[in-house]
Design a protein around this ligand. Structure first.
Ligand SMILES: Cc1ncc(C[n+]2csc(CCOP(=O)(O)OP(=O)(O)O)c2C)c(N)n1
Ligand SMILES: [Mg+2]
Length: 902
């Protein structure tokens, strides 16, 4: 970004240079310019090279060079460098007009029928030509084995994309009439791009602003990763992201752009639809958004192409020998430009051209109507074509095209108004005006009713449109899923982790890293594993994995690492398997999304494991996790150093006691809180099978902890594996006596439950069983499904939820403790009734050791014992004074404020 201060310094330097030129260098400068012109006339790229060399020389000679992050407010590609437009303009104009009409009519219709159903017309109206040049000349569909481009459409422009599918014959009238009606008898159209709701159509969910562009950057990077690892062929395939100018205010949109240039992502093209408006009003009323974005992207190393003015301005520029037109353009801010398009030609003449008599003269041969019609670059196919062509051919960095457009273009009284974003219906006059403006062949009444219009398939425009798409591989967007070919390893592949640690104290994190390394060595699926980590690999003990498979680096390792002679040195390589993202959870999540959807986008089912600090998970990138689910993403999110008390010492900013609550809100996310390595192995094996072999559209969230303890072997017996996967199994029955209580534990807190079992037996002669609850969320989902079935089938034999069946006749109260919030066990309250006592880590975290933390949150063994006795006393099984005494004996305070409040 350029501050006013930088502006001032640059201006000052520019003035000095100007003065020097005027003083005594004029003739010499003219000579230089002439020579330069000659070079550029041959090839503009040579001109650019010359300039770069000259700048370098200037630097060497100590001559201060003026940094040019913002170029004049003109098109980047000069007229004389343009190639002629290859399309049939009249036919394309007709197609675009029909697209505009049907898109608008669809939204208009629906809102007449269903007030408040919503939809947008002004975004597409500004974007139509930008999309159409792509559809007719650039966007390649997948065709046979040939990969296609990946296109992130601006979400609010969805009506235009539907409209094209309609003209192409992919949708009929009934489908359009079901826009935003997704619960009817015949299929509907989702409000926005959404692979979950329209799995054969949309590839990327984009409407939550910022997520599309961020994911697009990492998508382009992942494409190169797959190429460099020889998992896909190198092709000219591109990632296109259509972005709103208002959307660039989201940190997600711009936050990762430096990755684009750092990794030389010349397969990435951003098109920013600079209609100068967002929802409420201008994006930068007092400045120019295009200047700002140019500086930002250029500063980040992108190739920037501005498409500001349409071809009809070229002639004015040519006739304006004093540069006054540009001067006037640079005097105006976006608020002015918006007003010019919201008013009329006369206003433009008086207020734009009228500032200088010479400019008024320049346009004296034009009518007001002609002035008003002067196009912006983003509505001019020839200008757009040239920009796209350059972008596609550009090598070495990503390209951003900053295209100036008009929001609500052609929508009569709604054009360029502040309120245009929310326009959903047109007045009769506006409809009539629209038909006239775009020359739609509809009779009066049909126009008034906003009827759809699709010419016969033999119409030259339709034929042209279809031929163009055929030449580019077929219709888009289109989402296809190949039949799964992955064979998940069988469970005995994991025997090392099923057998327990044999006396060694290890953590579930250690267990997981071992499993991950094992998987990467597997002949069949090893290559498909994509480990992703935001600068925490050492925290998770992954040094050996780094050495084993290397960190992906598109340039390899250009230096000798200081630890080169050590066993576990830092290894970067072009075909490295690990994506070490640096400190960016959002970026890592974007990589996870690219990898978790590769099965459809690249037809290669990569299996991502994204390992991160669980505290910096769902609450930080929650929206992206939803987008991942929307995208039908698959893979494993591994919340590391989990647990509000197990992650000791770090205090409240690091201690996560709620990620399972948040993860459980995502419909396709299966969440697990395993205690032992064998549980981890069973869950991961089953996950790979379900997602990549059986083709289920779901993903996994597993917590892994850093507490070391002995990992027992998987107990023998039927149903253990099923229990682990479904959410609960009895892992340690009471040794003797009549069982009077049930203790539930999860993660490392299972050990506290086991210790409580001992204390209860030895000190209080109470026998209790211990259960490992691997997933409260899965148990609840199962119970809800069963409940619903029972509700809908009142005459049939009632079914039992798994939690009820698993518990069977287990007697007594249930004391459930985990390192997560009490709401986790509370999930099961409807089926466990008053038997349930939930213990958990509600409240802020603290720095201390595990003993103190667990006591503070009342989830240690002593607290579990006391809670069991207290509940037994309430039920009348034992005397209250036994329980009261126990609190004192076990050293528990009964009068403290409690962690939830402290
Ligand atoms: C994260 C997020 N915040 C807010 C919105 C609501 N919203 C929808 S469109 C819009 C304005 C979009 O402006 P711009 O990006 O300039 O796109 P345009 O429609 O002008 O092309 C807003 C705020 C959203 N969709 N996503
Ligand atoms: Mg906008």
């Amino acid at each position: 970004m350029i501050s006013d201060d930088t502006d001032a310094k640059e201006n000052d330097m520019a003035t000095k240079v100007d003065q020097a030129v005027q003083k005594d260098l004029t003739a010499e400068v003219a000579e230089w310019i002439e020579a330069f012109d000659e070079v550029v006339a041959q090839d503009w790229e040579q001109g650019a090279a010359l300039l770069t060399a000259l700048r370098a020389r200037a630097r060497e000679a100590g001559v201060p060079a003026i940094g040019e992050v913002v170029t004049p407010y003109m098109n980047t590609i000069p007229k004389h460098d343009e190639v002629p437009y290859p399309g049939d303009r009249p036919l394309e104009r007709r197609i675009e007009a029909l697209l505009r009409w049907n898109a608008m009519a669809m939204v208009h219709h629906q809102n007449k029928e269903d007030a408040g159903i919503g939809g947008h017309i002004s975004t597409y109206s500004s974007l139509a030509t930008l999309l159409e040049v792509g559809f007719n000349h650039f966007f390649r569909a997948s065709y046979g084995d040939q990969p296609g481009d990946l296109i992130y459409f601006q979400g609010h422009a969805s009506p235009g994309v539907y409209s094209r599918a309609y003209l192409e014959g992919r949708f009929d009238d009934a489908r359009l009439l079901n826009f935003r009606h997704e619960l009817r008898d015949t299929p509907g159209l989702s409000s926005y791009p959404h692979p979950w709701l329209m799995p054969d159509f949309w590839q990327f969910p984009t409407v939550s602003m910022g997520i599309g562009p961020l994911n697009a950057i990492y998508q382009a990077r992942f494409m190169k990763y797959l190429e460099n690892r020889n998992l896909i062929e190198k092709t000219e395939r591109k990632v296109w992201a259509f972005v709103g100018d208002g959307e660039t205010d989201e940190v997600d949109t711009l936050g990762a752009i430096s990755l684009g240039s750092r990794e030389k992502l010349d397969n990435l093209i951003f098109v920013v639809n600079c209609n100068l408006q967002r929802l409420d009003g201008p994006v930068r009323g007092n400045k120019r958004i295009i200047d700002e974005l140019e500086a930002t992207f250029r500063g980040a190393g992108w190739n920037v192409i501005k498409v500001i003015w349409g071809s009809d301005w070229d002639e004015l520029f040519e006739r304006d020998h004093q540069g006054l037109l540009l001067k006037r353009m640079e005097e105006c801010v976006d608020g002015d430009y918006q007003t010019f398009k919201a008013k009329n030609g006369r206003y433009l003449r008086e207020n734009f051209f009228g500032k200088y008599p010479e400019l008024l003269k320049l346009v004296e041969d034009k009518t007001d109507k002609q002035l008003f019609k002067l196009h912006r670059g983003g509505h001019d196919p020839a200008k757009i074509y040239n920009a796209y062509k350059r972008a596609v051919e550009h090598k070495g960095s990503p390209t951003v095209i900053l295209a100036k457009t008009v929001k609500g273009y052609g929508l009569g009284s709604a054009q360029a108004r502040n309120a245009t974003h929310n326009e959903k219906k047109m007045t009769d006059e506006s409809l009539a005006e629209f038909v006239k403006h775009f020359d739609i062949p509809l009779p009066g009444d049909a126009a008034k009713h906003a009827d759809f219009y699709r010419p016969d398939a033999s119409d030259p425009a339709i034929q042209y449109m279809m031929a163009r798409r055929a030449a580019l591989g077929g219709s888009i967007p289109k989402r296809e899923v190949p039949t799964p070919t992955v064979q998940a390893p069988k469970l005995d592949f994991f025997h090392e982790w099923l057998a327990g640690s044999k006396g060694r104290a290890v953590s579930t994190t250690g267990g997981f890293v071992g499993i991950l390394r094992g998987l990467m060595k597997d002949e069949k699926i090893g290559k498909l594993i994509v480990p992703i980590v935001p600068d925490e690999a050492r925290t998770f003990g992954m040094e050996s994995a780094i050495k084993q498979v290397g960190i992906y680096a598109h340039e390899g390792q250009k230096y000798i690492p200081h630890d080169a002679d050590m066993l576990l040195s830092y290894r970067e390589s072009v075909d490295g398997q690990i994506l070490e993202e640096g400190i960016t959870e959002a970026g890592s999540m974007a990589s996870f999304t690219a990898a978790g959807t590769a099965y459809t986008n690249y037809r290669i089912p990569t299996i991502p494991f994204y390992m991160y600090y669980s505290m910096f998970g769902f609450q930080r990138i929650g929206d992206m996790a939803w987008a991942f689910a929307d995208s039908r993403g698959k893979g494993f999110m591994m919340g590391g150093t989990a647990g509000r008390t197990t992650m000791l010492g770090e205090g409240l900013q690091h201690q996560d006691g709620h990620s399972h609550v948040l993860a459980g809100t995502i419909p396709t996310c299966l969440t697990y809180d395993p205690a032992y390595a064998y549980e981890m192995a069973v869950i991961i094996q089953d996950g790979i099978r379900r997602m990549f072999e059986a083709g289920e559209d779901c993903f996994y969230y597993l917590t892994m902890y850093n507490e070391n303890y002995e990992m027992p072997p998987m107990p023998p017996g039927d149903g253990i594996q099923e229990g682990i996967v479904r959410g609960i199994y009895k892992c340690k029955a009471a040794e003797s006596g009549k069982v009077q209580a049930q203790l539930f534990g999860s993660g490392p807190i299972l050990n506290e439950a086991v210790r409580a079992q001992q204390i209860l037996a030895e000190k209080y002669k109470i026998a209790a069983d211990v259960w490992s609850v691997t997933s409260y969320n899965e148990l609840r989902r199962d119970a809800l499904r069963v409940e619903r079935w029972n509700r809908l089938h009142p005459g049939e034999k009632q079914k039992s939820p798994y939690i009820v069946t698993a518990l069977g006749n287990a007697a007594g109260p249930i004391i459930a403790a985990s390192d997560y919030m009490k709401s986790m066990p509370d999930n099961l309250a409807p089926w466990l009734g008053s038997r349930l006592v939930s213990l958990g880590t509600d409240g802020f975290g603290r720095s201390d050791n595990r003993g103190h933390l667990r006591r503070h949150f009342e989830i240690d063994a002593e607290s579990i014992v006391a809670s069991t006795l207290s509940k037994l006393a309430r039920e009348g099984t034992i005397k209250p004074d036994v329980a009261e005494k126990a609190f004192a004996e076990l050293g528990l305070s009964t009068e403290s404020a409690g962690a939830a409040l402290a």
